[in-house]
Design a protein around this ligand. Structure first.
Ligand code: ADP
Length: 602
């Protein structure tokens, strides 16, 4: 799986061909001086470009990649896209619709997205037979809670201009937390990690149990930490003051904040951290201040993000500065003992990261919080994502998916039971239709009374049936003190009974309490498509949950009255931590499951 990764930026175009599985780099290319006389550096040689500007440079440089690849084939192209707005929470296969949406959100990143789009357009024409995937800097942070992404300005303006925190560097933050979890031999879903990506642009993220819950960059990459040339956090009142007193225009302010501030503005010697560290060690006071402001702000964020997550298990340093500067790591992590992070000076000084050893721990052995330096690799991360989407695309084409619904406790009643509980001649009333045709949730509820406890407000599902059936989870069973069997719907023989209380009377169910066997409803046409029959037992793979998993022993129910849907109970859904709209892929098994009441026919 060789993937061409393209990062088409405003001042340079970077591209690489990377194996999306092993990370091996087969080719690198960089185009510089795009607006002057572009130069193409490709695998060590330099070529003058014909024409200037992004479009000419791309049209000249991308076909060169084809020539350099000789016999090696490409499987796809991954594009870095800076801003996905709130439209993309994961990488996507690019088509006309996706291009349209990327263009729509470009208003949020006018310096970046239009050139990213140009890269996509030219690459799609040069490599027209390959799948192209967009990987967004913002998508990892789409899990930010409302309280973290909302700015306290009037709602009408927030809504009209989509002003909110989006966050950037998501590809890097996501990549390094994955490496951190692997290194710590821990489940990412059990870790609270603060990631400090410190490069020319810098940002911090709080990644709680695998999800980004806070990050320092905002609507644009200007907010947060002190960066190479960007100011990071500043009182907006200071800008108003400058506009009034210095008569600075919007353009002047933007130029100052983006290009002349940060380490450049503080140090007076430019944006290279190496120079600043060296000059400060020789007594340069501006450089000393630059280091102090840089690390003070980072420490502030580390403390704040620990508070946001209610604790921290690992703090990660990455990006050119985070990976290479022992001084910055030292200054940012010393005296963090109060939160359980104890720096080991020697290990910190000895950190040398490589592709073979991309993670090093520089905390004391007894430190409860691990301090990690990690080599990021955004290009490889984009290549990996591209492979994942290509594989998913191929999979979806061959295996249709099944929507999964969680069924909470509920009861089906006979007309006799309804009348005993609600009065003579009573008819159930419709509260809401269910996904299965002609089925509905009723307004009516009953109380179920077990030997140990009772549960109130159990929803009745209509219409009435020929047999009473109460479907509860194992947790409910323990609570009310009943041991009910796992059964297919309708199979209530020899199951326990239970007492019901309604507004007009009580009713004793003689049998009918079951724990519903997980099952799939489908039509005969669906069954033909999946190659299964009624009462078959299958496995269903689910890959969009917190972790990939397989539900074994799933009963197939076929009827023209059904709509395609798999039903699991709340215990199973909770244990699996499935997102709200999950889908599964069906796998047939050998039918050896014990629970089946009628044997599989083949
Ligand atoms: P970008 O955000 O452009 O990808 P990088 O992640 O490559 O940037 O980081 C560039 C920054 O890393 C520069 O400020 C550079 O000075 C800094 N850097 C690289 N090596 C060192 C080092 N040994 N000590 C301090 N800073 C370093």
């Amino acid at each position: 799986m060789n993937i061409l990764v393209i990062n088409c930026g405003s001042s340079s175009i970077k591209a690489a061909v990377i194996n999306g599985i092993s990370g091996n780099e087969l080719l690198t290319m960089k185009v510089e001086r795009i607006h002057d006389k572009p130069l193409v550096h490709i695998n060590g040689s330099t070529i003058d470009c014909i024409g200037s500007g992004h479009e000419a440079a791309l049209n000249f440089a991308l076909p060169l990649i084809k020539d350099h690849l000789n016999e090696q084939t490409l499987s796809g192209v991954g594009h870095r896209v800076v801003h996905g707005g709130n439209k993309f929470d994961m990488p996507v296969l690019i088509n006309e619709e996706v291009e349209k949406v990327i263009k729509e959100v470009s208003v949020l990143a006018p310096l970046h997205n239009p050139v990213n789009m140009l890269g996509i357009t030219v690459a799609r024409s040069v490599f027209s037979d390959l799948p192209h995937i967009a990987v967004f800097d913002t998508s990892f942070h789409q899990t930010l809670p409302r309280r973290a992404l909302t700015y306290a300005i009037p709602k009408q303006l927030r809504d009209k201009y989509a002003i909110r925190r989006y966050g950037f560097h998501g590809t890097s933050h996501e990549y390094v937390v994955g490496l951190a979890a692997d290194y710590l031999k821990a489940d990412l879903n059990a870790l609270r990690i603060i990631t400090c990506h410190l490069g020319n642009g810098s940002s911090v993220a709080a990644v709680e149990y695998g999800r980004s819950v806070e990050t320092s960059m905002g609507m644009t990459p200007l907010e947060g930490l002190v960066m190479g040339t960007r100011s990071g956090d500043i009182d907006p009142g200071a800008l108003v003051h400058l506009a009034l007193e210095e008569e600075m225009t919007i353009k002047d302010l933007s130029q100052m904040l983006n290009k002349k501030s940060g380490l450049t503005g503080l140090s007076g010697v430019g944006n290279d951290m190496r120079d600043i560290v060296e000059k400060s060690s020789k007594g340069d006071d501006d450089c000393r201040l630059a280091l102090q402001v840089f690390t003070h702000r980072l420490r502030k964020y580390i403390g704040a993000y620990t508070a946001v997550m209610g604790g921290v298990d690992a703090i990660v340093f990455t990006g050119g500065i985070g990976e290479n500067s022992a001084v910055i790591r030292h200054r940012s992590t010393q005296r963090l003992d109060y939160l359980g992070a104890v720096l080991n000076e020697d290990k910190n000084n000895d950190v040398i990261l490589s592709n073979e050893a991309p993670v090093q721990d520089f905390a004391m052995n007894h430190s409860r919080v691990r301090l990690l330096a990690i080599k990021t690799n955004e290009q490889f991360a984009i290549a990996q994502e591209t492979v994942r989407i290509i594989e998913k695309k191929n999979k979806v084409n061959t295996k249709p998916t099944i929507p999964i619904a969680v069924s909470g406790r509920h009861i089906h009643l006979t007309q006799e039971a309804v009348e005993a509980l609600f009065g003579k001649g009573y008819e159930l009333t419709v509260k809401a239709p269910l996904s299965q045709p002609k089925q509905f949730a009723c307004n009516e509820q009953v109380t179920i009374v077990g030997p140990k406890n009772k549960i109130e407000r159990v929803r009745i599902l209509g219409p009435t049936r020929s047999k009473n059936q109460l479907e509860i989870s194992r947790t409910d069973e323990f609570f009310i003190g009943i041991d009910a069997p796992v059964r297919a719907s309708g199979k209530v023989e020899n199951s326990p009974g239970i007492k019901l209380i309604g507004p007009k009377g009580t009713y004793q169910m003689k049998e009918g309490v079951i724990c519903a066997w997980r099952h799939i409803h489908m039509t005969p046409e669906d069954a033909q498509l999946f190659g299964v029959e009624d009462k078959d037992i299958v496995d269903v793979e689910v890959s969009n949950g917190i972790r990939p998993l397989t539900f074994g022993n799933v009963l197939v129910r076929v009827s023209s009255k059904y709509a395609l849907e798999m039903h699991i109970d709340t215990d199973e859904a909770n244990a699996a931590e499935l997102p709200r709209y999950s889908e599964g892929v069906l796998n047939k098994t050998d039918g050896s499951a014990k629970l089946i009441t009628k044997k599989k026919k083949h």
